[in-house]
Design a protein around this ligand. Structure first.
Ligand SMILES: Nc1nc2c(ncn2[C@@H]2O[C@H](COP(=O)(O)OP(=O)(O)OP(=O)(O)O)[C@@H](O)[C@H]2O)c(=O)[nH]1
Ligand SMILES: [Mg+2]
Length: 313
C-alpha cells in the first residue's frame, strides 16, 4: 500500500497545483500595491504546515500580522507556545477564533500595524483608509474571519477548500477595508508530514487524494495523540490494530457496514475526516512549537510534549 498522499495524487494524474491556484497568486499580487497590512491566517492546529513558505517573497516589505485561526479547535497551551515562538522570531502574532473571537482585538492589532502609514497621511491632513489583505491556505477560514470582523456575513464560506474564487473587498468602517482572497497553496510541499497535516484539516481537495489512506493515517495519529478520545468516539474494539484493520474496527464500532456485515471503509473514511475537521474529538494541535531560547534556558530537559512532533514520521 502506498502511504504517500501526494504521490497518490500524482499517480492519479491529478494536478496538485491546479490552475485556479496560479490565478489566486496573480489576484494576490495584483492588489498588493493597494494594501497597507497583510493578515496571514494559518490554522492553529497546524501552525507550521499551514504557513506558505513563498509568502515572504510574495508580500515583500508589507506590514504583516500572523493570525493563528480556528483557535477554538486547537489546544490552548500549544497555541500559547506557538505564539511565543513566532514572537521570538520577530513576527507580530495573535490567535483568534471566528466563532467567538472579538473583532476589536483584531482591529486594534491591524491599527497598530498600520500606524506609521496612518501617521504619515495624518501629517498631510488626510485621514487614511487602512486596507488589509487576508491571505492563507484554502479552507483556513479567511472568509469566516472577514465576516466576523465585519459583524455580518458578506463573504461566502463553506466547509471545503476553494469556496472563494475571486478577491472581495469588504468595508468595515470608512477607514478600514478588508480584502478576502481565494486560498493559496504553493507548488511544492517539501515535507510529507506537512502535506499530510494540510490534508487532514481539509486544505486539499479530497477528490485528489485517496480518502481511505488519509483516514487511516489520521486514525493512527489520533491513536497516538488522543487515544482515549479516538477509541471512545469511534468505538474501536481493537485498539492495537493498524492500517486498514484499524479503519475496519472503527467501521464495525460505529456500524458503518455494507450488506453482509462488511466494513464500509469509504463511508467510514469520510465520516472520520469530517468529524475530526469539525472538532468532534476535542481540541487538538498536531504540530508542536520549537522551543524558544528563553524557555530552553529555563527548562533544559524539555518534556516529550515540547520536543516531539506529533506526526508519525
Ligand atoms: N471551529 C471553527 N471553524 C471555523 C473557523 N473559521 C472558519 N471555520 C469553518 O471553516 C470552514 C472554512 O471557512 P471559510 O471561511 O470558507 O474558509 P476560507 O479560507 O475562506 O476558504 P476558501 O475560500 O475555500 O479558501 C467553514 O466550515 C467555517 O465554518 C473558526 O475560527 N473556528
Ligand atoms: Mg473563502
Amino acid at each position: 500500500m502506498n502511504d504517500d498522499v501526494i504521490l497518490r495524487a500524482e499517480e492519479k494524474k491529478i494536478n496538485w497545483y491546479p490552475g485556479h491556484m496560479a490565478r489566486a497568486k496573480r489576484l494576490l499580487t495584483d492588489q498588493l500595491s493597494r494594501v497597507d497590512v497583510v493578515v496571514e491566517l494559518c490554522d492553529a492546529r497546524i501552525p507550521r504546515a499551514s504557513r506558505n513558505p513563498d509568502l515572504d517573497a510574495l508580500v515583500k516589505g508589507k506590514k504583516r500580522l500572523l493570525v493563528l485561526g480556528k483557535a477554538d479547535l486547537a489546544e490552548e497551551g500549544a497555541t500559547r507556545a506557538w505564539l511565543a515562538y513566532y514572537r521570538s522570531q520577530g513576527l507580530d502574532a495573535m490567535s483568534f477564533d471566528s466563532v467567538r473571537g472579538r473583532p476589536k482585538d483584531v482591529v486594534a492589532r491591524i491599527e497598530r500595524a498600520a500606524s506609521e502609514a496612518v501617521a504619515r497621511m495624518a501629517a498631510r491632513g488626510v485621514k487614511k483608509t487602512v486596507r488589509v489583505m487576508i491571505v492563507g491556505v484554502p479552507n483556513v477560514g479567511k472568509s469566516t474571519f472577514t465576516n466576523r470582523i465585519n459583524g455580518a456575513s458578506i463573504a461566502k464560506t463553506g466547509d471545503r477548500p476553494g469556496v472563494t474564487r475571486s478577491n472581495q473587498w469588504v468595508r468595515i468602517t470608512p477607514y478600514l477595508e478588508l480584502l478576502d482572497t481565494p486560498g493559496l497553496l504553493w507548488p511544492k510541499i517539501d515535507d510529507q508530514q506537512d502535506a499530510r497535516a494540510l490534508a487532514f484539516v481539509g486544505t486539499i481537495n479530497d477528490q485528489i487524494m485517496d480518502q481511505q489512506m488519509l483516514a487511516i493515517r489520521l486514525l493512527e495519529l489520533l491513536m497516538q495523540i488522543k487515544r482515549d478520545a479516538a477509541i471512545a468516539r469511534f468505538k474501536i474494539k481493537e485498539p492495537d490494530a493498524a492500517g486498514l484493520a484499524l479503519l475496519e474496527s472503527a467501521c464495525r464500532g460505529r456500524g458503518w457496514l455494507m450488506p453482509g456485515g462488511i466494513a464500509d471503509t469509504d463511508r467510514g473514511a469520510a465520516v472520520i475526516l469530517d468529524e475530526f475537521r469539525a472538532g468532534k474529538l476535542g481540541r487538538l494541535t498536531l504540530q508542536r512549537a520549537p522551543e524558544t531560547e528563553k524557555k530552553a534556558e529555563k527548562k533544559p530537559e524539555a518534556g516529550p510534549e515540547q520536543k516531539s512532533e506529533h506526526n508519525e514520521e
